[in-house]
Write a protein that binds this ligand. Sequence first.
Ligand code: CTP
Length: 462
Amino acid sequence: MSTGRARYALDAREAEQAAPARAEPRLAGRLIALGACGSIAAYKAVELVRLLRIEGAEVVVMLTPAATQFVSPLTLAALSRHAVETDVLGLLPDQRIGHIVIADSADAVVVAPATARWLGAMANGIASDAVTAACLTTSAPVVFCPAMDGDMWTHPATRSNVERLQRDFGYVMVPPDTGELASGQSGIGRLAELSQIVDAVVATIGARPVRQADPAARPPEVPAPREQDLEGRRIVISAGGTAEPIDPIRFIGNRSTGKMGVAIAEAALARGAEVTLVAGRVEVGLPPNARLVRAESTAAMREAVLDAVFAGHADALIMAAAVADFRPRQAADTKLVRDGALTLELEPTEDILAEVGARAAALDPRPVIVGFAAETGSLDRAPDKLRRKGADLLVANDVAEAGSGFGSDTNRVVILGADGTRDELPLLTKRQVAERLLDRVASTLDARGAPAHTGATIRESP
Ligand code: CTP
């Protein structure tokens, strides 16, 4: 189904696709912080973001207050897919201080255009805007690209500030060009050609290793506006860990925080799905637009999932919950007292995913069924798990690996398909993993046809 294709918002991808692609992006994996100051040339920052992204860089933009008069933070946010820092006191959505996170994670800070005021502020360490504050904080190389009126450029104050930045701070300058200026006169002071600025950035950082590869340590990417490719789809998502009571106070639980399942729910809602979130024990905020069903024990989760999938005619089930494999055969009615050793007899729980997989086989169209497999050390068992549980997709990860697993904001996963596909994703934020998974769910649903709640029938036995 592709109902919302016309609703594509301003999307940097379109611009990138229109541009001729370089064979080898020279800034792949890099984070470039672009600071723009209040010159008429600030509008060129828009094109510079695009060129840096074509070279493979992730770009985060900072504007001085004056620059916001020349170029819209919204335009730059849409193109860079990051919130634009316009205030030295600005906080990221996760409450970290914007210019500090940028300074600590950027491979280079590029100041383009750099105005006479900024050169003076920077030369004297006056951190009254986000651009200067980030430059003062960072240990990354700084490339600055002056643009101003010719008389300003030749003024002794500007000359000495430029010299100080180069000589004392080791900053790299891309000098201004000669040509027509905003005043209508011709002379020196035009911002250098953008391709020259990109080349200078490449030359400055090319030989250095990537400074901060962990996406969670970088400023968060704002997901690109996407088409509503799950509009009208009913998706059931389980999240968090189950708790199996031992007595009224104690339970057997696990380390799941629910971050992955909640990230999938948020992404699915943003793509237009009707989401039923079956939540076990979770440690993160839950999306207000989802239909929420609380289910702490495996038995309660089974009931909630079966009801939402079958009575609710769901189009897809994504079992991101960490479900207990065993529970105490008998939960005590009153608190167990400490009186020597305690032996608990455990019984296996029902396998919710396998039960949905088996029962869904009778439906046409069949809901798309997604399982997760948290493994330690090797993912060898994952293909068998996919088959055993009748899933269409299985998201497998090694929870022992750094940056993956419980409580982490990132995850490195492999998505296995029942059709034999194996998609090894790089280390991504959980939201990015969610988007990639939903891409697969959406395309599988498209291939299967109409939403289940409008078209599902029980398939006749042969
Ligand atoms: N799952 C489930 N019901 C259970 C156990 C697991 O629905 N009782 C689901 C999980 O939500 C997950 C998938 O099955 O989507 C795989 O879970 P996992 O614990 O890795 O698999 P198990 O079947 O428990 O296999 P094992 O413990 O042998 O790894």
